[in-house]
Design a protein around this ligand. Structure first.
Ligand code: ADP
Ligand code: MG
Length: 263
């Protein structure tokens, strides 16, 4: 049955599964994940190491094929596509950022960003012009001619983000995109993701194990043992946590229920 909402979801998974056979042993890396992500959502995926975050993200991004269930990207079922068709979906619909920036060391920032457009089947933009616009958007206007080694980690990751956005993908996926960055650079990269969300309407899903970063997502999913253990509005849960903390402090007498006004 066609779901009437399926055309509006950028990502929809239905009972998604991945079993990995290691000799005699089968690892159930993802064990039935059903998830709908609406256009423009900024979703975080958290969970312990080995809980299946990368495997789930890989299947959503068409880098890995499911052993059960379905993945729809922009309404298209990609669960059973061959490698050639998957490559096309990835090129046209999905931008990727990883923990390591994977920039080409001999090319300038501008050339790195423009590169995917040089190979695009349908070119919507002039590559150099579009690369310049994106680098400007992400605050790298004076870094265009630098090579990766001449840039900080945060700058390199913003170049990688600009490269991921150069084909205007509706969906951006990040596996620990701040995993290799200090707090300051991480904040800059999250701001850059917010800019992409606001300026281009990009739907963003990132895996992170940094709770300060997770707290900034619009929605958070926790994976435990390959299943969704919790799916919540991150800001609402931060408010609930604050209220609970006040309640605990009042109960323990640490703060007064009726504070006296200062004289
Ligand atoms: P996370 O990203 O949350 O740390 P992963 O998705 O990488 O978790 O891994 C989920 C489970 O699948 C783990 O138990 C891991 O050991 C296993 N796994 C992941 N990739 C492979 C692989 N290529 N071969 C065998 N087992 C794997
Ligand atoms: Mg991982």
């Amino acid at each position: 049955m066609a779901n009437p909402n399926s055309n509006h979801a950028v990502v929809r998974t239905e009972d998604l599964r991945k079993d990995l056979k290691l000799g005699e042993v089968t690892v159930h890396a993802v064990r039935g994940v059903s998830l709908t992500v609406a256009p423009g959502e900024f979703l975080g995926i958290i969970g312990p190491s080995g809980s299946g975050k990368s495997t789930l993200l890989g299947m959503i991004g068409g880098l890995d094929t499911p052993t059960g269930g379905k993945v729809f990207i922009d309404g298209q079922d990609i669960s059973n596509l061959d490698e050639r068709a998957l490559t096309r979906v990835r090129n046209e619909k999905i931008g990727f950022v990883f923990q390591f920036f994977n920039l080409i060391p001999t090319l300038s920032a501008l050339e790195n960003v423009a590169l995917p457009l040089q190979f695009a089947r349908k070119r919507k933009h002039n590559p150099a012009k579009r690369a310049r616009e994106l680098l400007d958007m992400l605050g790298l206007e004076d870094r265009k001619n630098h090579r990766p080694a001449q840039l900080s980690g945060g700058e390199q990751q913003r170049v990688a983000l600009a490269r991921a956005l150069v084909n205007d993908p509706p969906l951006l996926l990040g596996d620990e995109p701040t995993g290799n960055l200090d707090t300051f650079s991480s904040e800059i990269v999250i701001k850059a993701l917010r800019t992409a969300q606001a300026e281009m309407g990009t739907t963003i899903i990132i895996v992170t194990h940094n709770m300060d970063i997770a707290a900034q997502m619009d929605r958070l999913i926790s994976l435990v043992d390959g299943k969704i253990a919790e799916d919540r509005d991150a800001r609402a849960s931060a408010r609930l946590a604050a209220v609970q903390m006040l309640r605990d402090k009042r109960q323990s007498g640490e703060i007064s229920m009726f504070p006296t006004s200062p004289r």
